[in-house]
Ligand binder design. Sequence first.
Ligand SMILES: [Fe+2]
Ligand SMILES: [Fe+2]
Length: 347
Amino acid sequence: MSTTDRRHGPAPLPAARGPVSAALLTALPGSPGELPAGLGDGFATVAAPLTDEDLQLTLFLCYELHYRGWRDVAEEWEWEPALLALRARAERPFEAALRRLAGPLPAVLPAALPAALTDLVAADDGPALAATLQRRADLEQFREFVTHRSIYHLREADPHSWALPRLGGPAKAALVEIQMDEYGNGRLDRMHAELFRTTMDRLGLDTGYAAHLDRVPAVTLAINNLMSLFGLHRRLRGALLGHLAGYEMTSSLPNRRYGNGLRRLGFDAVATRFYDEHVEADAVHEQIAAYDMCGGLVRAEPALAGDVLFGAAAGLAVDRLFAGHVLSAWSAGGSSLRAPDRALAAA
Ligand SMILES: [Fe+2]
Ligand SMILES: [Fe+2]
């Protein structure tokens, strides 16, 4: 196996979190082929799929094969029918849980979609995680927050790029405009993922791709898995664009707060650049995403308006779950991450 640049993946396989992820992790280093009969059947009756460690890790293991893959795992696993069948058994309860969480959404005519997105975002009353990070969080808590976010930000924008070949016309042009900024207009040192790596480095955190996977709980994996679910299924392209719009429309203010929190803790402009960049960029992206991208999509495909709202609502709702998890761990005087010994014991 060739040497790997840890910054860009593939990451080494993580520790198991239950019987299904354990069986999959046993199989992945071997030749692609059959998995144990009935593997993942039990996911159909999981009570809380969004916070089920075994289900979320199983999904993450399957999805990552479409991104950077796993170190010392054959690339052919990506399209192995047995693995795709397992993935589907995890996806069904996951998607159903996302639809329950997003709740009933108003029927919306294409012309009213940008306004409906604005209403949805305005009604978002999530826990005040950003305000806590701005005003009170200590350095260790800030490092925790960045550790959770590293799973996404070190590959920032990648899940939404799955939409590009599925679109044409104005929606595609708008998505490209957003993604160009996310990818630094082709300049490595301006790519948002690389700006985030610098922040992590300043905080003394390992900047390897998915280096903190064993430490993040199911809800953090769910944030990532929902983007992969929307991104890898063409039928969910409306939800994928809605998700991106929801992110962009709720980004500017929290990012200002994150940057201010780091400044309060004594960090310099290099450390805060990732957040500062998003204050400016996402104020622009917000408009492009709602009007040009999502508006353009539903002008071309009016039937997708409901999916766009669902994608935005699901993203915001899972983020609220995440924020609630972090804040309740902190107010109980604990850590929002999985204990290192638990991650090791699971291995
Ligand atoms: Fe970004
Ligand atoms: Fe953005």
